[in-house]
Design a protein around this ligand. Sequence first.
Ligand SMILES: Cc1cc2nc3c(=O)[nH]c(=O)nc-3n(C[C@H](O)[C@H](O)[C@H](O)COP(=O)(O)OP(=O)(O)OC[C@H]3O[C@@H](n4cnc5c(N)ncnc54)[C@H](O)[C@@H]3O)c2cc1C
Ligand code: SF4
Length: 618
Amino acid sequence: MAQATSTSTVHDVVVVGSGAGGGTVTKVLADLGVSVLLLEAGPMLNMADLKEHMLPYQVSHRGAGARGQAYTGGPTGFTYSATYGGAQLEGEPYTVAPGSDFSWFRSRILGGRTNHYGRVTLRMSDYDFKPKSTDSLGFDWPISYQDLAPYYDKAERFIGVTGTVEGIRSAPDGIFNPPGALKAHEVLIQKSCAKLGIRAVSSRQAVTTVARNGRPPCHYCGQCGRGCMTASNYAASYVQVFPAMKTGKVQVIANAMARELITDASGKVTAVSYIDKTTGSERQVSCRTVVLAASACESARLLLNSKSPRHPQGLANSSGKVGRYLMDTVGFGMSAMVPALSGMPHYNTDGYGSHLYVPWWLWDKHKTLNFPRGYHIEVGGGYGMPGIGSFTGIVNRTEGYGVRMKQAIRDEYGTSVGLSGRGEMIPNEDSYCEIDPDVKDKFGIPVLRFHWKWSDHELNQVRHMQQTFRAILEGMGGQIAAGGRGGRANQPVTPATQAGQRAGGQAPQTGQAGPQTGQATAPAGQPTTMAQQAPANGGVPISRGGAIIHEVGTVRMGDDPRTSPLNKFCQGHEVKNLFVADAAPFVSNADKNPTHTIVALAWRTAEYLAEELRKGNV
Ligand SMILES: Cc1cc2nc3c(=O)[nH]c(=O)nc-3n(C[C@H](O)[C@H](O)[C@H](O)COP(=O)(O)OP(=O)(O)OC[C@H]3O[C@@H](n4cnc5c(N)ncnc54)[C@H](O)[C@@H]3O)c2cc1C
Ligand code: SF4
């Protein structure tokens, strides 16, 4: 390893990572007048690189790749989708312990995964913060809904979130901008749910439908999963970091892969060591405080790799809990062909993704269920812009070519709908990450090894999803596609998520993505085939660990330093100038997609940090 070089400047705050957590901290601190040095492992985002209006026929080989990879499962590359990561990053491996099954999606770009995520934006409910008090399982958060609600408010006002006020306890209302109208398949789903006593409501998406902070309203191209040239949807890069840079308070060092936190004899962090990826040299930046926001598992990795005589188990880890209680979302999907949608006039399903979702409806009926907690349902379907790899399923199933083939495609197009369950996992002792003692990445940094286990709680939840989804789909006359799948299978394959899923380079294995043919679609960059569900798990088609890309936990917050590395402000119990601002501080993983809570929590942490700096406490 080359000699580390350093500068004499001591930065007030060094933020590591520029995704939802790092972008929020950077923007909030800059607005409060605090100077920030932001280290980002990926390159700068160039808005001109966003590809949401590019059509498949504008790409060489229609995006199939020189060897037809789009149709055979290989990567389709950056050109079409503008995705900057995946579960396989060249030279940056991770390992999975024998007997475990885990997939880890990472993005290396300013803004991280927020550039192309699904943008489902849900508040956690009051009871989600106190799960142990409710059913004796897992752990309570050291904060309550009331502590975070003002920050959900701030985030929604700033970002713009669609939705309608519904008064449902499991889905707290927020400050919404007007949602898009429901599409034909969504009206059918809503009616079928109503027959079962289930309420389906407007989706809550991080999309501004009104002009906001210089961002024009959404123009409904329906391709959010591939970025947004007009910055109408939320990405930390163009909604937070670029505006923060304009304040003059923020310096960004791109292509800077943080390797280790350096501490002094008192145990405080004094510097961050990073690899300058453009030269391969190691450098150090001195800091008064550091905020880790490299994503939950990367932040745990950094702490575990920051060993010193004073911190032999890694930094902030005398509890031994860094890396522990890793959670993902429980995932299951089912789709059906709906004859009622056949022969309808085709239109381009204007919108920003799914406009409908189903909040958990049995939150007060747990005594009647054989699993704890709950799930929500995301829906997919409609006439999305055909993407790269579209229609290979129908092509494989239909004999002939020319007019006959085209007619078959037209007949089937838009007749399929999909339901995706997104449920809560209970933290367990068998799901965690640690440093692999034998494997290093191309920078010489020891990598993570993952351990994973679902419990009966999650498996029973998926069984319930299976029964419910079948009832909803059959209630609208749907003919269910064989089976049902875990992973991001049949994730709402609106044009936006369709693109987002493909974005990582994985084409639909067969046929149109998701609901179009009932074929599952891999998450962006997913290296495996569609058969993602582990053969274990009693044959229950639950998602692989990590496949829903909602990994949280690993550096949890809590009042007791013996069991939690962080306090209730996401500050190190034993390292006061260390803060964590991604999903690592999560204590549980409610059925709500995590990014809204990451942003709210990071906002709160940034305000606390600014005040502590002002008081001279850190
Ligand atoms: C296809 C897809 C769909 C999704 N859909 C949804 C959804 O609908 N709703 C939702 O809530 N969530 C969704 N997610 C998850 C969401 O993207 C994440 O929850 C969110 O981006 C996490 O934010 P973060 O700041 O923790 O990490 P990230 O967004 O991953 O950002 C971390 C940043 O840190 C950088 N970094 C990592 N290591 C280092 C290092 N050592 N040094 C310097 N920089 C480093 C990375 O390059 C990256 O830019 C989805 C994700 C994907 C991929
Ligand atoms: S649909 Fe999505 S990508 Fe298109 S303009 Fe609206 S927010 Fe942007």
